[in-house]
Write a protein that binds this ligand. Structure first.
Ligand SMILES: Nc1ncnc2c1ncn2[C@@H]1O[C@H](COP(=O)(O)OP(=O)(O)OP(=O)(O)O)[C@@H](O)[C@H]1O
Length: 246
């Protein structure tokens, strides 16, 4: 496929439990792909398989036509629970991923300061996690993932633990950041509106053994308008697949 970044062809079982049923899809370079599906449908497992953390029972995941390997490919993660290191300031937390990659001090300073600007944390460099809000902690997590210029950014319900208003604000920010950096993103969410707001394409997973129930391109101009008729029509369409058999 033209511009294909990631190809996923996997089947996953744990003992006798069949979680992912012959999933087969690809992600284009710079694409923002959203995965939605009911709780327990295997979205987190799928991200773990994509990242090479869990080896697939059958099949393979390739990035740029090579088997995915966390040692060779730069993968960024953002999880649902903000995972700031309590003893590190925002600055030190974000630079952690660069320190272990042996970047020089000057290069680290340049990259960290740039990424903090991108996620809107300039001015908060010296703050500790207990001094910042949940939304800001997720910005730190995002900055930590972005600072290494990942080939692929995997986001697992990153805004799921935030209150509704902060979540909405972070969606606006995520869209802005993606438009600026054009990183390839696989974004897992339970929230259909969030998927239509952010994704260029949405895959709807069924309950386990999970198959792709629908693949829906989101061809709406950005920034998207939650009240626009086309937005609401698409949201309804995705929801109709999502709710079958729930
Ligand atoms: N290592 C494992 N061994 C056995 N079963 C597992 C393992 N990892 C996940 N599972 C099971 O796989 C199923 C899918 O879990 P997963 O967390 O991927 O779902 P999910 O779609 O991300 O759910 P949620 O939206 O609630 O986070 C669950 O029933 C879970 O218990």
């Amino acid at each position: 496929m033209d511009g294909e970044k990631l190809r996923v062809e996997v089947d996953q079982t744990f003992g006798s439990f069949h979680v992912l049923d012959r999933l087969n899809f690809s992600v284009k370079e710079n694409e923002f792909l959203c995965l939605v599906g009911p709780s327990g449908s295997g979205k987190t497992v799928l991200l773990q398989v994509i990242a090479g953390i869990v080896p697939p029972s059958k099949g393979k995941v390739t990035m740029d036509s090579e088997l995915v390997n966390p040692r060779h490919h730069k993968l960024g993660f953002v999880f649902q629970e903000p995972s700031c290191l309590p003893w590190r300031t925002v600055w030190d937390d974000v630079k952690f991923g660069l320190e272990i990659r042996n970047f020089g001090e000057k290069e680290i300073a340049r990259k960290v300061s740039r990424v903090l600007e991108v996620v809107g944390l300039t001015g908060f460099e010296k703050y500790y996690p207990y001094q910042i809000s949940g939304g800001m902690k997720q910005r730190v997590a995002l900055a930590r993932a972005l600072v290494t210029d990942p080939d692929l950014l995997l986001m697992d319900e990153p805004f799921g633990a935030l209150d509704a208003q902060t979540r909405y604000f972070m969606q606006i920010e995520a869209q802005r950041i993606w438009e600026e950096l054009k990183t390839t993103v696989v974004f897992v969410t339970n929230n259909v509106e969030e998927a239509v707001y952010l994704g260029e394409r949405i895959l709807v997973l069924s309950p386990p053994p999970a198959q792709i129930r629908a693949e829906i391109p989101v061809d709406l101009p950005r920034p998207r308008d939650l009240t626009d008729k086309n937005f609401l029509d698409l949201r309804r369409q995705v929801t109709s697949y999502y709710e079958v058999e729930l």
